[in-house]
Structures are given as C-alpha cells and as structure tokens.
Design a protein around this ligand. Sequence first.
Ligand SMILES: Cc1cc2nc3c(=O)[nH]c(=O)nc-3n(C[C@H](O)[C@H](O)[C@H](O)COP(=O)(O)OP(=O)(O)OC[C@H]3O[C@@H](n4cnc5c(N)ncnc54)[C@H](O)[C@@H]3O)c2cc1C
Length: 355
Amino acid sequence: MVPGEVCVLGAGIIGLLTARCLQGRGYTPTLISNTDPRSSSSAAAAGIMLPTFPFHPTSTEFKRRLRWMADSISYLSKYREGQFYTTVRHVEFFRRGVAEGQIPADWLFQSGIYDRSALVTLNFDVDGFGEYAWLDVPHFDTVSLLEAFYADFLEAGGVHLVQTVDRSTVESVSASHVFNCLGINAGSMFGDHTLEPVFGQAIRYPPSRWRFGLGMGDFFVLSSQFGFYLGSPFIRGDGVFGPKRVHYEDLSKFLRTTLPKAAAVVGLEFDGSQLGPPLETVSGIRPFRPGGARVEVERSGSKLVVHNYGHGAHGWAAGWGAAVEAVTKWEGYLHGIQGLKGPRAAIEGTSDWGI
Ligand SMILES: Cc1cc2nc3c(=O)[nH]c(=O)nc-3n(C[C@H](O)[C@H](O)[C@H](O)COP(=O)(O)OP(=O)(O)OC[C@H]3O[C@@H](n4cnc5c(N)ncnc54)[C@H](O)[C@@H]3O)c2cc1C
C-alpha cells in the first residue's frame, strides 16, 4: 500500500496508537487532526488502568475491555518505568454496594480483578460511603506518553496534517482507507448518534510525598511521582470543551473536606495544605457509547472506514488493544479472510470477527 493511502483521523490516544500500530505493520498512515495530541481530551486523563467498566462482567463488552486493557498495559509498559509509568495502590470507596459510575461493586468482584477479601466494610459512613476495596494498578503519565507516541510516529516517517474534517470534507481526504478515531466527533460524522459526551475535569498539582490513588463516586485522586491529580466529575450530556469554575470549586471542596477524612480511614495522614499551588486545570470529553465501543469496518461513500471510538472513561485502558483489533479487522477485510462474505457483513456487527 503506497504512502498516503491510509489516514488516521484524530490524534488522541486512540488515533495515535492506531497510527503506531499501522506503522508497526509496515503501513505509512497520515495523521489528521485539528489539535496537537497534548490538547486532546486524552491529555486530560489520569492514566489509571482500572476495570470499572460500566458493563456487566459476564458481557462480551466487559470481557473485550479487559482483554484490551491487558494488551494496553503490556504495550505501554515497554516505555520506561519511573519515567512513563508506575504502580499505585488505589482505594475505591463504595456506597455500600455501588461503585463509581453506578457500577454495582459486586460486578467488580465478579470480574475477578477486585479481590473480595480486600473489601472493608466500615461501621460508619464517610460522606455516604461505607465500604472500600484496594487494588494495585498501573498508572501512566498521559502527557509524557502522548508526546512519546507522537515523537515516535514522526520519527518513523509519519506526517501530521493539522486540519478540521467534517462530513463533507472527509470525502475529499486523499486516502481511500480512513481510520475514524475522532473521539466525541467520531459518531455523528458517520451517522452514529448513540455517542454521548461525558465531561470531565481535573486539577494538576506538583508531585507531593504521597503515593496513592483514591476513588469516591465522581471524585478521585492519583498521587505519584508524576504529580498530584485531582479529578473529575462525570457530567453526562455536557459536550462543551473547557474547564468550568463550578467543577473547580467542587474539586477544591472535595480536597479540603472529604479527602482528608477518607484518607484517614485507609491510614493515610493526608494534609492538602502541604500541596503546592495548582499547576493547571484540565478538562476533556469522554466519548461514551452505551452499546459499547465501536471497532469495525464500514464502507462509506468512496472510503473504507475503520471505526475506533466510544471508549468512554477508559480510552487509555483500551488504547493499544482496540488499535490492534481495528487494524487486524481492516487487514482481514482487505485480505477477505475470517469468513467475511461482503462489505455488509462487517457493518452488521462483530460476531463474524469472533469477539
Ligand atoms: C478527566 C478525565 C480523566 C480520565 N481518566 C482516564 C483514566 O484514568 N484512564 C483511562 O483509560 N481513561 C481516562 N479518561 C478517558 C480517556 O481520556 C478517553 O477515553 C480518551 O481520551 C478517548 O480518546 P480518543 O482518542 O477517542 O479521543 P480524544 O482524546 O478526544 O481525541 C480525538 C482527536 O480527534 C480530533 N478531532 C475531533 N474532531 C475533529 C475534527 N472534526 N476534525 C479534525 N480533528 C478532530 C481531536 O483534535 C483529537 O485529536 C479520562 C477522561 C477525562 C476527561
């Protein structure tokens, strides 16, 4: 396939890893996006790999997410430990049976990842939360990694065109093979209106002496050598980019009032007044698709479009696994293998592809 025949729309974590995967298989994709990767929603993420997927653990989607997460951890861990990633002990508080994003805690235990023996039931509530469980999880420095992927992409001969695409201009993109990794804009451009914006915001502080993650409903803290990260409301339906004052105040209140109480419960003597002044407030739109992420091939006009979007609050956890799956499906399509009967078969769903 000649250079310029394949392009990747979107330079967030999904687009960059898809482009890197294509390069790894010998293709020369062009990256098209209207922002630098460091300005994407992906750069606002905490970079924690938690299996709090809002799908039942027996569902195909949950299992697929777990597989993608394992693939992503293994790929991202090739980057240097200490510089790009570390491991943190993360404590998740539950409202006596309900976890972040209204996921029943039981689902997490059923997944086998959270160990039920780690569940601690309190005989009092901390702001309505009466149980917690802990887990050691990988934590990736999202900004450094985006910079590293982007540098690797360019070093391998990749070209990035800074350009906005819409429904009409996508047809004029010169490539005939288009990977759609446009985050929250990925759906509407190709007629999928099931994609929902879920706004999130975080405040970054300089690194502190604490090393832990702590999740409590909508809020969470991640403190490592990469910095102290305080996030993030899950505001469904808010597709307006940019940090908002109201969330800054909510986050600051959580830091001052609830967090010290919760930290004390798990044996941390946390004192927020020892944090340096905030470095920056960041925000992003999580592209959530209630029916599950869309990773499939579709013919659209004169283009062969490979969709890779809808990863919601877990784009980093899904990133590499989903990229590999998208590229593998596309190659399968090109080579007419895996029992594919024609273009419609790929559009109809995922079962033909054995996931
Ligand atoms: C506060 C917060 C914390 C998070 N924490 C975590 C976490 O700890 N772990 C985790 O796994 N996930 C986390 N996430 C979720 C994760 O950030 C998302 O799932 C991920 O960013 C989605 O990546 P993406 O590449 O699909 O989208 P994006 O990062 O939004 O990238 C989309 C790209 O498409 C480009 N684009 C869009 N429209 C156009 C257009 N019309 N023309 C040209 N270019 C366009 C954009 O410029 C951008 O480059 C968090 C999200 C937020 C907001």
